[in-house]
Write a protein that binds this ligand. Structure first.
Ligand code: NAD
Length: 426
């Protein structure tokens, strides 16, 4: 057995090949596993090596397409990267139901991001606040000098907000620098600007600046989308009633609201990942936004229209870009944007909000009707059969038997396989 330890320095200085060599001195890889690590797919080794630190390989996920989406009268095919079965099918289904009544209607999402500048050790909060207000123009000027291209394109630092917060280390002023980041996600843009203005902020307030960093609670970049889902296509009055009940459950109970919102994020994060955007930024922003009123609430709302159809609405902050970050570097992200045919970050966010709403309706419909497991289980049972070592030509048969008997388990798949091999007629 190789002696295993994790006390390794300078791993980043090695080539990918040498990193794998070092790793094989610590871990007994089979020949097959060694080949697997070396499979970088569509990445060139120098390309992937620049993305994060200590890279040894790449990691693939399924890339699927959701259909039937009409958002603001435009049709979209939505790329989704996700490992969970039935999410893509569910989104397509709900989009078809929304289509009957004109599809999704999304509002413009202004790409305003902001960075926070933490000003401490202030002798006089009031005079510091006043000084910041008086020097707003010079602060914006310094900020805008950091990104002339963004400025030229019509974006850039636009405004400041001044907040006071009480902390265990005393009172602080938190300065928000609001920036129109146009088609970028914008974290680097606003971080750079915040760092650049901080010496001036210290000079004019007499305080000490510590943190200068984007807020992922992008409240100035909230996507709002609405759609009407046909009563009959949803499955009738009882199902719609079930969806309304599910919504009220989530409104009243954070335990349910968390799962309700997880369903929404199934869609939004799959598109976020497909387009090379920052999934953690979207997740943290969405969940913080859901808690803003003091209780964790659902990101969607439902009511009936006069004909008894379901009207759904979603509000969620979406810091999504079509430029910057990984969006143009990742070959599949580039392809995803091409399939999606969006021309701005605004448009991408509008589509993402529609997808989140569709995903939620699909999940609630399934919960109110047949239960969530039915859809999940068809694909899941295939995976279970594979895991049990069922050969490809027998998977259909084993899956069918597992589904009929409602026993989707590896041991049961093995038992069925054994029976088939023994010639039993199932
Ligand atoms: P980026 O750093 O690549 O900047 C985008 C650049 O593109 C801008 O400087 C801008 O000048 C230029 N640009 C050209 N044409 C443009 C157009 N039409 N619209 C907008 N910009 C245009 O990317 P970013 O979006 O500033 O930063 C995103 C990255 O930052 C992500 O990878 C994210 O993971 C990372 N990040 C996130 C956090 C966080 O969320 N807390 C913190 C740090 C970094």
């Amino acid at each position: 057995m190789k002696k295993f330890h994790s006390d390794i320095s300078g791993f980043y200085k090695l080539s990918i090949e040498d990193r794998i060599k070092l790793l094989t001195e610590l871990i007994d890889f089979t020949e097959e596993e060694k080949e697997l690590i070396k499979t970088l797919g569509y990445f060139k080794s120098d390309q992937i090596d620049r993305l994060i630190e200590n890279v040894i390989g790449s990691y693939q996920l399924p890339f699927g397409l959701a259909f039937n989406f009409k958002v603001n009268d435009r049709d979209y095919i939505i790329p989704m990267v996700i490992e969970e079965p039935s999410v893509v099918a569910a989104a397509s289904k709900a989009a078809k139901i929304a289509r009957k009544h004109g599809g999704f209607h999304s509002e413009n999402v202004k790409p305003i991001m902001f960075s926070q500048i933490q000003i401490t050790n202030l002798e006089n909060i009031e005079s510091a606040r006043k000084a910041l207000k008086e020097h707003k123009d010079i602060l914006l000027k310094i900020a805008n000098e950091q990104d002339p291209l963004l400025n030229k394109l019509g974006g850039g630092a636009q405004d400041i907000e001044i907040r006071e917060i009480q902390t265990n280390k005393g009172e602080m002023i938190i300065l928000h620098l609001l920036v129109n980041v146009l088609d970028a996600m914008g974290a680097n843009v606003v971080n750079t600007m915040a760092e650049a203005i901080s010496p001036k902020v210290e000079e004019i307030t007499g305080g000490i600046v510590y943190l200068r960093i984007v807020s992922n609670l992008a409240i100035h970049r909230v996507a709002k989308c609405k759609a009407t889902f046909d009563k009959e296509m949803l499955g009738g009055k009882n199902i719609v009633e079930g969806i309304l009940n599910a919504f009220e459950f989530a409104q009243a109970d954070p335990f349910r609201a968390t799962t309700h919102n997880k369903g929404i994020m199934n869609g939004i994060i799959a598109l976020t990942l497909a387009t090379g955007n920052d999934t953690r930024a979207i997740e943290s922003g969405a969940h913080a936004f859901a808690s803003l009123k003091g209780q964790y609430l659902p990101l969607t709302k439902y009511k009936l229209d006069d004909e008894g159809n379901l009207v759904g609405e979603i509000e969620v902050p979406l810091a999504l870009g079509i430029i910057g970050g990984m969006t143009k570097i990742h070959p599949m992200a580039r392809l995803a944007l091409k399939i999606l045919k969006v021309e701005s970050a605004n448009e991408l966010s509008q589509v993402a909000a529609a997808l989140g709403l569709a995903q939620n309706v699909a999940a609630l419909r399934a919960l109110a009707a047949e239960g969530i497991q039915k859809g999940h289980m068809a694909l899941h049972s295939r995976n279970i059969a594979k895991l049990a070592g069922v050969p490809d030509n027998l998977i259909g048969k084993v899956v069918k038997k597992m589904m009929e008997d409602k026993k989707i388990r590896v041991d049961y798949a093995k038992e069925i396989l054994k029976k088939i091999e023994e010639g039993e007629n199932l």
